[in-house]
Design a protein around this ligand. Structure first.
Ligand SMILES: [Zn+2]
Length: 362
């Protein structure tokens, strides 16, 4: 085993091999024939793959350089650890770091701009996971942890972890929904429960890529996990539906070029209203008076962040904040007064809280 793990460039061969197997399955299932992918998607994801490989090597080299200069006595200090405990130790730390980093990318605006491209994909696919800006990869804490663990002598565990992660991540981004069969068979359903409560499944992760919550499946503000679903379960962001989103991508997408997506903030988008455009600033669009309207039967997404330009409804502007839209179900057509000031205690309906905004001090 250790001889195999020590083969030069084995990590690259394994990653490319796993991508090739899943890519072949996608091809045989006919996904590329009906694909609406643009050349920009292919360029972005192909270069994204190279960016990840380059950044990983850069980080490992930086860790080794700094480690040998500052803490030379720590070099390979853990190399006597046996493979299994070292592997579990490495992988759990890697995965919890990635969970919080990914979650932060959805909750903090400056980091969202580097992850937004990941969610601009209108279709899933084996290379979708390589859509992030270069800065996003450079700051990824688990890539640094991989370098540190290798420096400490856990190289074989890091490599094994890479294989496990690559299989899970490629499968959860792939258009091949291998878990669907588990949900449809009565006999296999208990297995589905066990699998989805340990590992991230395609259904679980596809929901994270879904366009918005109105299909009752998608939750782009949840399901942040990478390999294991326990962090989402533990920190209250898991949503298991065993279904797949009605649509993928961003609610508002100006169609930025791959150069801006990958190289922001060094290259900015020239597209009107782009979040990664020059001088773009989020601004509140809350109003004072409620919207008097007739709501037809259906599902509505009520804006809670106040940034949406389609008030009082959500247009996806909450990305990069801790807000998410409220899903409102209307069973029967009705007249309603919808709050636009966001001060109401009974959202989405107006409770006259906006009067406090216009009251003159005595
Ligand atoms: Zn995400």
């Amino acid at each position: 085993m250790s001889e195999f793990l020590n083969t030069p460039n084995i990590d690259l061969y394994l990653v490319v091999g796993i991508l090739f197997v899943f890519g072949l399955i996608e091809f045989l299932l006919g996904h590329y024939k009906n694909s609406g992918r643009k050349s920009d998607d292919w360029i972005l994801e192909g270069i994204g793959f190279l960016v990840v490989a380059f950044t990983k090597s850069l980080i490992v080299a930086a860790v080794f350089f700094l480690g040998k200069a500052v803490l030379p006595a720590s070099f390979e200090v853990l190399s006597a650890w046996s493979l299994l405990p070292a592997f579990v130790f490495y992988l759990l730390i890697d995965d919890v770091l990635q969970y919080w980093y990914h979650r932060s990318a959805h909750e903090y605006n400056w980091l969202w701009k580097h992850h937004r491209v990941h969610h601009a994909a209108k279709e899933m696919g084996i290379l979708t996971s390589y859509r992030n800006s270069w800065v996003y990869y450079l700051l990824m804490p688990n890539l640094w942890w991989g370098g540190i663990a290798t420096f400490l002598g856990l190289g074989p565990s890091v490599l094994l972890g890479l294989i496990v992660k690559q299989v899970v991540v490629t499968s959860t981004h792939s258009t091949w929904r291998w878990d669907d069969v588990l949900y449809r068979s009565r006999i296999l359903k208990p297995i589905a429960w066990v699998v989805e409560h340990i590992f991230i499944t395609p259904a679980f992760h596809h929901a994270h890529h879904g366009r918005d919550q109105s299909d009752h499946v998608s939750d782009p503000n949840g399901n942040f996990g990478n390999t294991f679903s326990m962090w989402d379960q533990l920190f209250g962001t898991a949503k298991f539906t065993r279904k797949f989103p009605a649509a993928y991508g961003l609610q508002t997408d100006p169609g930025d070029k791959w150069t801006a997506h990958l190289l922001y903030p060094f290259v900015k988008s020239g597209k009107e209203g782009s979040e990664i455009g020059k001088g773009h600033q989020k601004k509140k669009n809350t109003g004072v008076e409620p919207l008097q309207t007739t709501l037809e039967k259906g599902t509505y997404l009520y804006c809670q962040c106040g940034y949406s330009s389609t008030q009082p409804w959500c247009n996806g502007s909450h990305h990069g904040s801790k807000f998410k839209p409220m899903v409102v179900e209307i069973e029967k057509e009705r007249k309603a007064s919808i709050c636009t000031c966001k001060l109401t205690k009974s959202p989405p309906y107006c409770d006259d809280s906006h009067l406090s905004l216009t009251e003159q001090p005595a």
